[in-house]
Design a binder for this molecule. Structure first.
Ligand code: 16G
Ligand code: ZN
Length: 540
């Protein structure tokens, strides 16, 4: 690579910033994420890595500039793989070697990757870039572009997009068979969603749709507001959307958005007990790959409908359609949850004969586990999730289409096909998930309170504890129980045993923060609070 024009001149201009010090950057569950000021060299190098990945796969890869729900001064970078999913785990180590290399070592690291992966550097490399609304995002995406160009990559910069939109574009461009009806553009993405929404609500009187109350959307002052405005225009009278918390009227993620609503259990800024009673609302996060719903009831009490409740709503839909089509024994349907899933959600799914599997916290683990099913639904309680349908299921349904005579079955089949079109198969997508929720509420003729009532969450409490070294805390594969230190394991077990029926608690080292997280559930809120507190004390 030393012979590549300009490379040796340009690299020193993008040395690791002094402020980074001895800090080792790690490519975590959501890529690199840190204060934007120390990420310049990382972005430059990730542009190069994305090009190498593309040359290796002979397909387009992507680079998303976002730190999701983090505070405004942070930023981050996530690479998108050729299938539209997250970067293959086997490449995460390259990302870390590159990001942490001293300038004079960068070429060596690149050369090693090229050799190990047997990459033909003369291949074309094509990458797509997109970014969120952070002040630092424009500059950082430019650095990534420069890095990519140095290695001879072709770069298409989509500018301001949600994370799931970028994943979607890549999936569509790389797999022509998915790209029916020109869905591989921004306009195409809206067409795809709007058309599917229309199909799912086709059985409903249009007047009724027009009269329906709007959905109020807290966009966390982020990129979701910009994209949703365009989508809302295309939806027209099919679904009224009121956008709140746009990039112009406040600081990104500050006291609003999906993370705030779900973690703090507080209604977002911009919504009030007095003005918003009875209104159906949802919150996106900063890059619109998560959504949770919420509302104030008539008494003014605020209710949260998290990822678990969305998963249950979706699961009910697929279970019913498969049953109607008499495919329930042939096509497996399952929901993947994490340890954070409320016990009541689990009970609900079990009572409805839906299979449930547990995965470690983090989208890539949930996604992977969901592939065990023909139709796999996964949601983290925090609102990140989607439904994945295997290609053979889609083929099977298409083949069935011409053979059906029964109207009920025809309708069920059309519904599943439309749902497949609506749901982002690549990654959790707040806009598509929210539309699917709305379509199902319309089908059931449910208010948000009626949906909320499908089960009642067990009271729960989360907290976190800072200790000297959080890595000493070890857990089982699904994180529901501690395995070390021995004393902590014993303490949690005995605290749970004496906390009454239905009590549950677990601890796990955070993957994104220097802390140990604690979760507790019990019959009463006081019980959950006390259990969480006692477990937190045991961690110390
Ligand atoms: C990351 C994960 C999210 C997970 C969270 C847990 C992705 C894209 N994001 O944000 O899924 O819930 O980490 O954070 O995988 P924690 O380890 O600090 O609790
Ligand atoms: Zn996000």
């Amino acid at each position: 690579l030393e012979k590549v024009p300009r490379l040796m001149d340009e690299l020193p201009k993008h040395s690791k910033p002094a402020a980074l010090g001895d800090k080792v950057l790690s490519y975590g569950t959501a890529g690199f994420r840190d204060n934007a000021d120390i990420l310049g060299s990382t972005f430059h190098r990730m542009g190069m890595l994305a090009v190498l990945r593309s040359k290796k796969e002979h397909k387009i890869t992507g680079l998303m500039v976002t730190a999701s729900h983090n505070a405004a001064p942070d930023n981050g970078v996530k690479l998108v793989d050729a299938d539209g999913g997250m970067l293959a785990q086997s490449w995460e180590k390259y990302a870390m070697q590159l990001a942490n290399a001293n300038t004079e070592k960068v070429v060596e690291v690149l050369d090693t990757i090229i050799r190990t992966e047997k990459i033909d550097v003369d291949q074309t490399g094509n990458i797509f870039i997109a970014r969120d609304t952070r002040v630092s995002s424009e500059h950082l995406s430019e650095l990534a572009r420069e890095g990519a160009l140095l290695l001879g990559g072709n770069v298409l910069d989509f500018g301001l997009q949600t994370t799931p939109q970028l994943h979607h574009f890549i999936r569509m461009w790389n797999h022509e068979q998915y790209n029916k009806g020109d869905w591989a553009s921004e306009a195409g993405y809206y067409n795809m969603l709007v058309d599917a929404f229309k199909q799912l609500t086709s059985g409903v009187d249009q007047k009724k749709l027009e009269m329906r109350t709007p959905l109020y959307v807290d966009c966390a002052h982020g990129v979701g507001a910009i994209q949703l405005a365009k989508l809302a225009k295309d939806l027209g009278d099919m679904l009224h959307i009121e956008i709140r918390n746009t990039p112009e009227d406040g600081e990104l993620n500050f006291e609003c958005g999906a993370e705030h609503a779900q973690k703090a259990r507080k209604h977002p800024a911009g919504f009030s007990r007095d003005a918003d009673r009875g209104k159906r609302a949802c919150s996106l996060d900063g890059d619109a790959d998560r959504v949770v719903f919420h509302y104030f009831d008539v008494q003014g009490e605020w209710h949260l409908l998290d990822g678990d409740k969305i998963a249950c709503l979706f699961a009910g839909f697929f279970a019913e359609k498969l049953k109607t089509l008499e495919l329930a024994s042939e096509i497996s349907l399952g929901v993947v949850q994490t340890a954070y899933a409320n016990g009541a959600a689990y009970n609900y799914l079990k009572a409805n004969n839906v299979q449930v599997a547990m995965a470690k916290t983090g989208v890539k683990y949930c996604h992977h586990k969901a592939l065990d099913y023909d139709i796999g639904i996964y949601f983290e309680a925090n609102g990140h999730g989607t439904v994945m349908m295997k290609d053979h299921v889609v083929d099977r349904l298409h083949k069935m289409e011409s053979t059906l005579t029964d109207e009920k079955k025809k309708y069920a089949l059309a519904n599943i096909t439309a749902a497949h079109q609506l749901i982002n198969q690549a990654v959790g997508d707040a806009l598509s998930d929210a539309l699917f929720v709305e379509a199902l509420l319309i089908q059931h003729d449910w208010s948000i309170a009626q949906w909320d009532a499908i089960y009642q969450d067990l009271p729960s409490r989360q907290t976190k504890v800072k200790i000297a070294d959080r890595t000493v805390v070890k857990t089982t594969e699904d994180e529901t129980a501690a395995t070390a230190p021995e004393a902590l394991k014993a303490a949690v077990e005995s605290l749970v045993a004496s906390a009454g029926p239905n009590a549950r608690a677990f601890v796990r080292p955070s993957g994104t923060e220097d802390a140990v997280r604690v979760y507790a559930e019990a019959e009463t809120q006081e019980g959950a609070d006390a259990l969480a507190l006692a477990v937190a004390k045991a961690v110390h």
